[in-house]
Unconditional design. Structure first.
Length: 650
């Protein structure tokens, strides 16, 4: 049992509370002494500048880690069957003798804290979860704990299911930014987080199953386990858009990892073109397709042409005749490689020199044969990515082309085909992977030459025109092979009364995925308000005000065609529509269309005209599914029509 944080637990309920509070104070004091020890280190005594710089950087990172909020705290305690006892927290804390006082959650010894059950206690006899209450700017106060006697299946505490402190944390009000969840990681999530580095791991999970949190915590875990390798090679997190990256931006730094690159797939593209155009749905589908990848690969060597005639090359007093068949053989040999096209072109010089040496016993043909060099340059001119794509695409080219997002991905693919991939990483985490086109997936896959990736997504939430409906196909575009597909089926974010209704859309999405089940049984079913069309915008503004009265963090999901009307109505009601989700002003209301709201969460959600979002198509069903499952507390609809039939049939 756990008392509400606003109460003062009695000694009868928590007899060991004073001792645990003293342990927390001791851990914090040890953290402070670690800070003092690191601060006292003097790098000036280092043997050389490289060592000095290494000490300075290492000490600075350690101090930054230890000074982060909660660095000296613990959220759990485990007792092993052999009598050993360990406190689990966000950072490694040690005493003056360098013995551990708090164990980092990523350490192998901490794994049983997350995985142990009565059925498989992982060598634990006891687990304790702590409740810490925030006290403004002061350090948190330890107020309660929950004991689980894992070596006694008949003991009437937890040990299976979701403990009360975890449920309380999961259901807490949102702040507009994602938080780390090291205290509430569940067993199926921990299995994914601690999976081996050298593999491509696909994580398929419905709304609220913690895919994003799992991916970010996996990045932090891998850096802990393989720090030297991954600090050298880098870790990349790919998010669907800038709003999403802002939303998750604080998670890894709060876990002590600041070296991870967090980018959208578009950010990865090089060279950049000025994106000023917008593609239609059909154009996005076509430009992002596998057929476009194949066309681009074929076009990357189409500029290589065999001369129409034999070549006469004067070398001193002698003139060499080089037939077009001989040049064709050189070109074919150079092209027969997996290297980038322009690097294959560079190999021509060596091929020609060796052949000329063999045939004429001369090593100066290349240097003295200007005609030969000119002919080969004409046969195989240097190609650029922008020019290649510009020639491949229909419509006005050159300076008149209005480049689009899909075009930018094609330029990146062309650049990789021609000169290679400029930036690669030791591990890549891809969130909302189901929404990327084949071309974008190729762009991302090239960033991990080793194939070490974590692919996060939900096929039932694939809403972009060129998105994915099958993981095997998606991985084929990335030129990767999944060693495992992990399924997350337990929902922690969306209350069951909302998720159960949203799950009715799954048969209409055109993909086969297991339905998630929520551990949060509390909450009300979705609420529908039907109004006349001329009353819609004002009714939405009124509903938003109503929901915000109890849940300030409220977001609105609107069909794109209604966006201008709804934004104007919110403005008239004294509210300000924004496309941000954090650092919101008092009257700011996040407003998104269904595709753009992917990956975000709000305490309250107001969805406008669900029948327009779900237009009867597979994609429409997925869009509405996404919109409905952004809600952490309540879901309201304002509509000019009744619920779509799919939502009313159990």
């Amino acid at each position: 049992m756990v008392a509400p944080v606003s109460e003062h637990p009695s000694a009868d309920l928590f007899p060991e509370l004073p001792a645990e509070q003293a342990q927390l104070a001791f851990a914090r004091a040890c953290r402070d002494r670690m800070v003092d020890r690191f601060s006292a280190l003097d790098p000036e005594g280092a043997a050389d500048e490289i060592t000095k710089e290494y000490i300075e950087v290492t000490v600075a990172e350690a101090l930054e880690d230890l000074r982060t909020p909660g660095a000296g705290d613990f959220f759990g305690r485990i007792g092993e069957e052999n009598g050993d006892r360990w406190y689990i927290g966000r950072r490694h804390i040690e005493n003056d003798a360098h013995d551990p006082v708090v164990v980092d959650w990523r350490a192998p010894i901490a794994a049983p804290f997350y995985r142990a059950t009565h059925a498989d206690p992982f060598g634990l006899a006891h687990r304790r979860r702590f409740t810490l209450a925030a006290t403004g700017d002061a350090p948190s106060v330890l107020t309660a704990y929950l004991d689980e006697q894992l070596d006694d299946p008949d003991h009437d505490t937890a040990g299976s299911g979701i403990p009360d402190p975890v449920l309380a944390e999961i259901g807490a009000a949102r702040t507009g930014a994602m938080r780390e969840v090291v205290a509430t990681i569940q067993a199926e999530q921990d299995m994914v987080i601690r999976a081996p580095l050298d593999q491509c791991l696909v994580v398929q999970g419905g709304p609220g199953t913690g895919k994003t949190a799992v991916g970010l915590h996996r990045a932090a875990f891998l850096l802990f386990e393989h720090r030297r390798r991954l600090v050298r090679d880098g870790v990349l997190v790919v998010g669907p858009n800038k709003v999403f990256l802002d939303y998750i931006g604080n998670v890894l730094p709060s876990l002590g990892e600041r070296s991870v690159q967090q980018r959208t797939a578009l950010d990865l593209c090089v060279p950049k073109v000025p994106v000023t155009g917008v593609d239609s749905v059909g154009q996005r589908r076509g430009k992002g397709s596998e057929e476009q990848l194949l066309a681009l690969e074929a076009a990357s060597t189409m500029h290589v042409k065999v001369p129409a005639e034999d070549l006469r090359v004067p070398i001193g007093a002698r003139t060499l005749t080089i037939t077009r068949d001989e040049i064709a053989e050189w070109l074919a040999l150079a092209l027969d490689s997996n290297a980038p096209v322009n690097k294959r072109r560079d190999s021509l010089k060596g091929l020609v020199q060796r052949d000329m040496q063999r045939r004429y016993d001369r090593d100066d043909v290349w240097e003295k044969g200007a005609e030969l060099r000119a002919a080969l340059t004409k046969s195989w001119p240097t190609q650029t990515a922008v020019k290649l794509v510009d020639q491949l695409l229909p419509g006005p080219g050159g300076k008149r082309r209005a480049w689009t997002v899909a075009d930018q991905f094609l330029v990146d693919e062309a650049n990789s085909l021609l000169v290679g991939t400029p930036f690669t990483y030791g591990h890549v985490v891809v969130d909302e992977a189901q929404d990327h086109s084949a071309v974008a997936l190729r762009c991302i896959g090239r960033r991990s030459p080793s194939g070490s990736m974590t692919i996060l997504g939900d096929l039932a939430q694939s809403t972009t025109p060129a998105g994915q409906q099958d993981w095997d196909e998606a991985l084929r575009f990335m030129r990767a092979t999944a060693s495992e597909v992990a399924h997350l089926t337990i929902g922690y974010r969306v209350p069951a009364p909302i998720l159960d209704v949203a799950n009715r859309l799954l048969p209409h999405t055109g993909v086969t995925t297991p339905a998630s089940r929520s551990v949060r049984a509390e909450g009300g079913a979705p609420v529908l308000t039907v109004v006349a069309d001329d009353e819609l915008a004002a009714a939405v503004a009124a509903e938003v005000r109503l929901v915000r009265h109890r849940h300030h963090n409220t977001g609105v999901v609107v069909p794109e065609a209604l966006m201008v009307r709804i934004v104007a109505a919110l403005d008239a009601a004294g509210l300000h529509a924004t496309d941000r989700v954090h650092d919101l002003g008092h009257d700011d209301v996040p407003v998104f269309h269904a595709e753009a709201v992917k990956g975000l969460e709000f305490d309250g959600v107001v969805v406008v005209n669900p029948h327009e979002i779900f237009d009867g198509s597979d994609r429409g069903a997925r869009l509405l599914y996404v919109a409905m499952t952004r809600a952490v507390q309540v879901l309201h609809f304002v509509s000019t029509a009744p619920f779509p039939a799919a939502l009313t049939s159990a």
